[in-house]
Design a protein around this ligand. Sequence first.
Ligand code: DAH
Length: 346
Amino acid sequence: MRSEIEAYLKEIQATKIEEFKNKAEEVELFRIKYLGKKGAISALFDQFKTLPGDQKKETGALLNQLKNAAIAKLEEFKSFVEENATAKADADLSLPADFSSVGGRHVLSVVMNEIIDIFGRLGFTVAESGEIEDDWHLFSALNFPPDHPARDMQDTFFVEKDNGSSDVALRTHTSSVQVRVMEHSTPPIRIIAPGRVFRNEAISARAHCIFHQVEALYVDKKVTFADLKQTLLYFAKEMFGEETQIRLRPSYFPFTEPSAEMDISCNICHGEGCNICKGTGWLEILGCGMVDPNVLDACGIDSKKFSGFALGMGVERMAMLKYQIRDLRLYFENDIRFLQQFSNIV
Ligand code: DAH
């Protein structure tokens, strides 16, 4: 029994509170282990009772020594824990907080939100639909002729069905959202559709197979080209500054008639000619036009009663022009040095 007591004594003396991880909890465990009702010392006292009388004196003294050592150690531990707790409570609460850095928005989100905001002020609300679309919503309802190049494998990622046929594709433009909205609503319709689009392009500084577009659509009675022009001018000035001018060039899109492309005055050289505007003083910004009556009819809207305008723009291009970003690949590389430049823009 003596050797057992001595071993415990050594063990207790060697126990150091600094080694406890969860201090208060481990001090209590220490108490239970040695001084608890069913603890080691209590068990030794039970054993002590059975000792022959001649051994009791010496062993009793040693056992008391062990008990006192355990109590002293426990007191020492307890005051350590208490002191630490008060030290914590005494912490200087007026110290400035430790500012952990918060993330910033991706520049594409910033620009997309800004576009949504500007159109929101004109009463446009956000509409969304899926990134996987069928031929009808991507092309047919939008008046694409059957042999239009956009339907070609070279431009479009088709999703093959189990039976090998493929009239389902990753959407090549957000104009498909127009169709989905018109099919399910009656004018007046005023929506803006931001989203991701996919095209089968080799990745370079000027092209990518994934990018983002924002589409806008307004359908009502007596919507005219003048409404479109005014909307475009408002958008351009809000987005690129009050001094911005716009110009419209005739163009062709299957889903609009007449169609146009809009340029803005170059906000980098202010019309003098630079390498961004290729010396012209103008920057190409978006496609637009009056919704082709065929499209309205295909979507169940009476083209004799209603008219509308639509426009579509690339978000990457907007961001490039606004922040003079030269390479499309930067948007997707997640290089923190690039992203951080925009982290303070909300
Ligand atoms: N969908 C066209 C594209 O991806 C962009 C576009 C042009 C949308 C003219 C329109 C529009 O709504 O009227 O290139």
